[in-house]
Design a protein around this ligand. Structure first.
Ligand code: NI
Ligand code: MN
Length: 233
């Protein structure tokens, strides 16, 4: 895996911090304060130029409002989710929908499908949050990666490969609320990446899938198991 100057830090679950070639800091699915996997040293977010939200569940947007208000990043999400975040005080939203592409903070962002739900828990209510999605990111150095969000495997992953061909893919493997390693191994056949970074596992005892199991079922890809905290570049 050649990141050509990009830095990726996994904060546990589906939360990633990425530093772009231009030095911008982006967070995908910012769930920090309540994330049991997130290292203490990462809990005070000091810089965020861009937030990407895959869907409205608390374990994906848990800190989107707080970080959005404190550091004023541009927040990308599906239309309805962005409107809700704006209502909660997020200043800069860049809403989009599936099939769309926009360049924000130097990153070319394509929103793609995900098979999952997207209700937003707001106090004692669950609010319609649009649909769950994934993102294909293309950086200015040519590196392309796909963050699948929460999803089952779906046949249109073959289209994601045909259209965007991301070499690095972040796939949920925990089972129960997303794919398990079995479905993720099938997803790898459709996506044909070089490297898979597993996510959404081990956060709670219920999320039982493991990177080792995925590697056993998908010997045709490199499964890169990250630890929360250390940065890879
Ligand atoms: Ni979810
Ligand atoms: Mn989730």
């Amino acid at each position: 895996m050649n990141l050509k100057g990009i830095q990726i830090t996994w904060l546990g679950h589906s939360t990633f911090r990425i530093q772009t070639p231009e030095g911008n800091t982006l967070y995908i699915d910012p769930w920090i304060a309540g994330n049991p996997m997130c290292p203490e040293s990462e809990k005070n977010v000091k810089k965020a130029d861009l937030l990407l939200c895959t869907h409205g569940h608390g374990d994906h947007i848990g800190d989107a409002v707080e970080v959005g208000k404190k550091l004023n990043p541009i927040v990308v999400g599906i239309f309805e989710l962005c409107l809700w975040l704006q209502k909660k005080g997020v200043q800069q939203i860049a809403p989009m929908n599936k099939g769309g592409t926009q360049t924000v903070a130097g990153v070319k962002i394509s929103m793609v499908h995900a098979v999952h739900s997207c209700g937003i828990q707001d106090g004692d209510q669950v609010i319609y949050g649009g649909e769950a999605c994934g993102y294909v990111l293309e950086f200015s150095n040519g590196v392309k990666l796909y963050h699948a969000g929460d999803t089952n495997v779906f046949s249109d992953m073959a289209i994601i490969h045909d259209l965007y061909a991301p070499k690095i893919v972040m796939l949920p493997i925990g089972d129960l609320f997303t794919m398990s390693p079995r479905e993720a191994a099938y997803a790898c056949k459709l996506l044909q990446p070089e490297t898979v970074i597993p996510m959404h596992f081990g956060t709670f005892p219920l999320l039982t899938g493991t990177p080792g199991e995925l590697q056993r079922l998908a010997p045709y890809v490199e499964v890169m198991e990250l630890k929360p905290g250390p940065t890879i570049s």
